[in-house]
Design a protein around this ligand. Structure first.
Ligand code: UD1
Length: 333
């Protein structure tokens, strides 16, 4: 029996594929390569020394899903495939609702039809919006501030309802800020679009591909005035998916978990850590706040620890070292 990983060539998907393989599972990848590189497949094959099955197609297309479920013995699903740009979701909301929710509905229907018992959904801390109290628990209010965030929250609700009415168990994982790469440097963040996130941009400055980092906002009510996030190593996230597939969540049919480290870091603290780890000064300038940004967010991960037996193990220096190791080896990405 195999685990179907939609979006398995993407950033978190590729690391999860490797972690699933390391845990002894067979994996079938479904990806349309709209925001992922085919190089990731070769890299995963050489890392796992396995002939990973890859199907090219859209996870929202019922015909594609029919062929995948018909052609392979699939007993569980991890669903990553989705569009994930906040800015793009504001300019193309209908595209985001159609694509991100269409795939959830088609995939859940196909999985239930075929008797799949477990589906793990890639969600995001973005569903919380501006946190009213910190740290953020799974019971904190959900107030997404973009169509992208709405698609994640709606996706969770659709899956919870579908699971309640079937034998499927749905596990939703709300990631905080994923950073880092596989320690081999073979897989990492390799999107086909220009990065907007902090750490990929810091790496571009370090590599000389950007003159400086603009620090978006120096007037937040935080220790140094810059915004706070909970950065978590992508390998820890990948292991969280393995735990989410393996752990019995009965008697509930669906359950939400935060995946983060449980501690917050400011933008200036990330910059200082990057300068130290990379051994180079990262030039930066203070700039205006980025519209839509929140001041601070970090996770309470007690539920994942208690129920999944999962805890993030890797610290910020490791995240930055591994991210840099991949970036250095893949200057074109
Ligand atoms: C962003 C997305 C969020 C997504 C998350 C993980 C937005 C508004 N939110 O969150 O939906 O789940 O990425 O991929 O896009 N920063 C700078 N300079 C830069 C880039 C970022 O100062 O050049 C700052 C940001 O203002 C923020 C922090 O660094 O305070 C982290 O930014 P980023 O990595 O983009 O993550 P989020 O904003 O938390």
């Amino acid at each position: 029996m195999a685990t179907l990983v939609t979006g398995g060539a993407g950033y978190i998907g590729s690391h999860t594929t490797v972690a699933l393989h390391d845990a002894g599972r067979d994996v079938v990848i479904l990806d349309d390569f709209s925001n992922a590189s085919r190089r990731a497949i070769d890299a995963m094959r050489s890392l796992t020394r396995a002939d990973l099955v890859v199907v090219e197609g859209d996870a929202g297309d019922p015909d594609v899903l029919d062929a995948v479920f018909g052609g392979h013995r699939i007993d569980s699903v991890v669903h990553f495939a989705a569009r994930k740009s906040v800015a793009e979701s504001i300019s193309d909301p209908l595209g985001y609702y159609r694509s991100n929710l269409g795939s959830v509905i088609s995939l859940a229907a196909a999985a239930i039809d075929r008797g799949v018992r477990r589906l793990v959904f890639s969600s995001s801390a973005t569903v919380y919006g501006s946190a009213s109290a910190l740290p953020v628990t799974e019971d904190s209010p959900t107030v997404p501030e973009s169509p992208y965030g709405e698609t994640k929250l709606m996706g969770e609700r659709i899956l919870a309802d579908a699971a309640a009415a079937s034998d499927l168990t749905a596990v939703m994982l709300r990631y905080f800020n994923p950073v880092g790469a596989h320690p081999s440097g073979l897989i990492g963040e390799d999107p086909s679009t220009e990065p907007a996130n902090l750490v990929p941009r810091i790496m571009q400055v370090a590599a000389g591909r950007r003159d400086r980092l603009d620090v978006f906002g120096a007037d937040y009510s935080t220790v140094d005035g810059t915004a706070v996030r909970d950065y978590v190593h992508v390998m820890d996230l990948a292991e969280g998916h393995v735990a989410a597939l393996d752990t019995e969540t009965a008697p509930v049919s669906s359950r939400v978990y935060n995946l983060g480290t449980g501690s917050g870091t400011t933008v200036l603290q990330v910059l200082a850590a990057a300068s130290e780890v990379l051994g180079t000064r990262i030039p930066y300038e203070m700039a205006d706040r980025r519209p839509g940004d929140i001041e601070a967010s970090w996770a309470d991960c007690t539920r994942a620890r208690d129920e999944l037996g999962w805890q993030a193990r890797r610290v910020l220096a490791q995240m930055l070292a591994d991210h840099w190791n991949f970036a250095r080896k893949h200057p074109e990405s």
